[in-house]
Design a protein around this ligand. Structure first.
Ligand code: SAH
Length: 285
């Protein structure tokens, strides 16, 4: 197998910072990520930002199908050359944020596995895109900035606990696997990275009457982090049909003190509260 260093040298690649290009050069890390993906010949895998294919090469021998998504047209050409030997690999030039996981999953009649060394500037949008297509995705193994991974796996009450933590934890089992130091990349990024593994659940972790309302509730609860939950909810547009008393009633029924801050609520509490608010809205409607 060609090493990352050889490929970099051969194509004299000048990394494009605006595209978050930091290529993995450490073979041990590449092997570890590929192994963490637990990929088998039955799997249809989508790789986010394949670069010049170092991770792709490590995964391709195990995968049934591997769709390597890459936005940079210079790299797409290199991918076509470097990966020509792998019949299972398909290069998909374009933006991962426009990639229709649901359509591809239907086409292959399989839930997808997602892997990648995610460009750091689009890590949040990527997480939300995966969430939006979660019914098409089985699991994901992603390299992200260390602090982003910490945020996603964060428990309630922590400073890093926020909207993405609650939404992702409602729909997936998450595990931070290991850290990767800047020296494992070319060029080395300014921050450390971590590998996150997630498996989407077949249904939300706690039964939800209305998933959109749950989503809105979580966003509204963190709208102003330092405010009391009751005050954030009072100002939420999607609850404007409810009076302050209605909101208080739902909070009481959920056993949640409205003086708490949103960031202290567990995923289960957010779920319960959204169901009770749904009831109130239905009664009012
Ligand atoms: N997987 C490679 C490259 C990681 S760097 C490796 O580990 O070495 C991130 C890659 O994502 C770059 O190749 C960059 O061009 C690509 N990229 C950046 N934005 C993208 C987007 N919106 N859609 C798809 N690929 C993107």
């Amino acid at each position: 197998m060609t090493t990352p260093g050889e490929i970099l040298h051969r194509y004299r690649i000048r990394p494009d910072k605006r595209r978050g290009q930091s290529f993995l050069t450490d073979l041990n890390t590449l092997h570890k990520i590929a192994a963490a993906g637990k990929i088998t010949p039955e799997d249809v895998v989508v790789e986010i930002g394949a670069g010049f294919g170092v991770l792709t090469q490590n995964i391709a021998p195990c995968a049934g199908r591997l769709i390597a998504v890459e936005i940079d047209i210079r790299l797409v050409e290199i991918l076509r050359k470097e990966l020509a030997q792998f019949d299972c690999v398909e290069i998909f030039p374009g933006d991962i944020l426009k990639f229709d996981f649901t359509y591809i999953s239907k086409q292959y009649k399989a839930k997808l596995k997602v892997v990648g060394n995610v460009p750091y500037h689009i890590s949040s949008p990527v997480v939300f895109h995966l969430l939006a297509h979660r019914s098409a995705i089985r699991d994901f193994t992603l390299m992200l900035q260390k602090e982003v991974v910490e945020r996603l796996v964060s428990p309630p009450g922590c400073k890093s606990y926020g909207v993405p933590s609650v939404l992702l934890q409602m729909y997936a089992d998450l595990k931070k696997l290991f850290d990767v130091s800047p020296g494992c990349f070319y060029p080395p990024p300014k921050v450390s990275s971590s590998v996150l593994r997630g498996e989407f659940l077949d249904a939300p972790r706690f039964a939800l009457e209305d998933e959109m309302l749950f989503n809105r509730l979580v966003r509204a609860s963190f709208a102003q982090r330092r405010k009391m939950l009751a005050n954030n909810l009072k100002q939420a547009a999607f609850l404007k049909a409810l009076s302050e008393e209605d909101i208080k009633f739902a909070l009481d029924q959920a056993g949640i003190d409205g003086k708490r801050r949103g960031e202290t609520l567990s995923v289960e509490e957010f779920g319960a509260l959204s169901n009770l608010l749904k009831n109130q809205l239905t009664n009012r409607g």
